[in-house]
Ligand binder design. Sequence first.
Ligand code: CA
Length: 234
Amino acid sequence: MSAKILIVEDEEPLITLLRYNLEAEGYEVDTAMRGDEGETKLRETTPDLVVLDWMLPGLSGIELCRRLRARPETKQIPIIMLTARGEESEKVRGLATGADDYIVKPFSVPELLARVRALLRRSSPDRVANTLAIGDISLDRDKKRVTRNGRAIDMGPTEFRMLEFLMERAGRVFSREQLLDGVWGNENYIDERTVDVHVGRLRKALNRADEDDPIRTVRGSGYAFNDRFGKSPA
Ligand code: CA
């Protein structure tokens, strides 16, 4: 069963971004746009983690956090507080009020996902999403298996690591050099053209002739996993 995450945040674009990325990691996501609405939801259901904005209409994030910590049913739920830049003293207050972690806006999505994973590993290790899913492609980190539209995909360990690296950071463009660092580690004697060879193998493994290619080649820059992959055009 996947972990349930409640996002309490009043900025709609941020909710959309977080929901998309958390669902891609396999989490079940619920949202509230006001603090009081978040409190109501938390009386009805118990998520495995709450992403809580500091400044909210209805009831502030800090007050909601304090109330959650005061109730036996909710006091153990991990809370990540979102704060705006320049609210450093408030960050400290946030932790004092019982948030488990905080992250300063604007933040990178992979950074938030890493914090979510870290907290869930501690609190509910059996429910941490170990599957990345974007469009019809899913990658199981534990079983080292990839499927597309339900069919098993065979690939070498390097292609697997490259796909995992790119899917975790979908939308971001990586140069060949960055991919060498991220996928091969410090074996820097590998030629950058090796990256192209492995991207070619990855594509060959993933894509049938009638299927879209999820890997974008960005001329002069490198490669990215298309984060709009599998979504209808906006
Ligand atoms: Ca806000």
